[in-house]
Ligand binder design. Structure first.
Ligand code: ZN
Ligand code: ZN
Length: 188
């Protein structure tokens, strides 16, 4: 089975950005398919941390893992998209989260909008950032870890500057790993 990604919007997500992510993913991953799940998922209230005024990334990721297990039969990866600020306890925020070799990944759009940094709205820049983070998190689910090359999509983004510096593509080494992982995907 080839790589088949279900993009799962959680909360209100702009349709344009979802389509940009979908179209970008199928170009980056060889012979993959990707579709947007047409269902209403609310951002879980229990994920909200009142003191930090942010949502717990791993709580939402946990729900996505259940979602993935419950089997969107035609997909072997679930990529959740939220438009709320997310964090893991060790960090101030994260752009996304995924377990290495997991089936679920999560991306937050919150800090990808140029407006967040006081810049002018820019749909193209926003879409590119969203695609980079989406490819990065799906890459983790294929077993890839962070890459030291700053232009590789698997480079860790500590800030939006890192995201803007990297491409939406894998370096040769990471691409090889991703391709091998995809070819080894079992039909389960
Ligand atoms: Zn990462
Ligand atoms: Zn790399």
């Amino acid at each position: 089975m080839a790589l088949a990604i279900a993009v799962v919007p959680i909360g209100q997500i702009d349709a344009t950005i979802l389509h940009r992510i979908r179209n970008g993913l199928v170009k980056v991953f060889p012979e993959s398919s990707c579709f947007i799940v047409n269902e209403q998922n609310e951002v879980p209230k229990a994920a909200y941390d009142r003191s930090r005024k942010q949502h717990r990334s791993n709580y939402i990721l946990g729900l996505l893992q259940c979602h993935a297990r419950a089997g969107i039969q035609t997909a072997n990866r679930s990529l959740g998209i939220v438009d709320v600020d997310i964090f893991i306890p060790e960090l101030n925020f994260v752009f996304g989260e995924a377990a290495v070799h997991g089936k679920a990944a999560l991306v937050s759009l919150w800090r990808l909008k140029p407006e967040f940094y006081g810049a002018k709205s820019d749909g193209e820049l926003y879409a590119q950032r969203a695609l980079k983070e989406a490819v990065h998190e799906v890459g983790h689910t294929l077993g890839l870890r962070h890459c030291p090359r700053s232009s590789c999509v698997m480079h860790f983004s500590n800030s939006i500057l890192d995201t803007d510096k990297k491409q939406s593509l894998f370096c040769d080494e990471c691409y090889l790993k991703a391709t091998l992982a995809i070819s080894g995907l079992e039909n389960t």
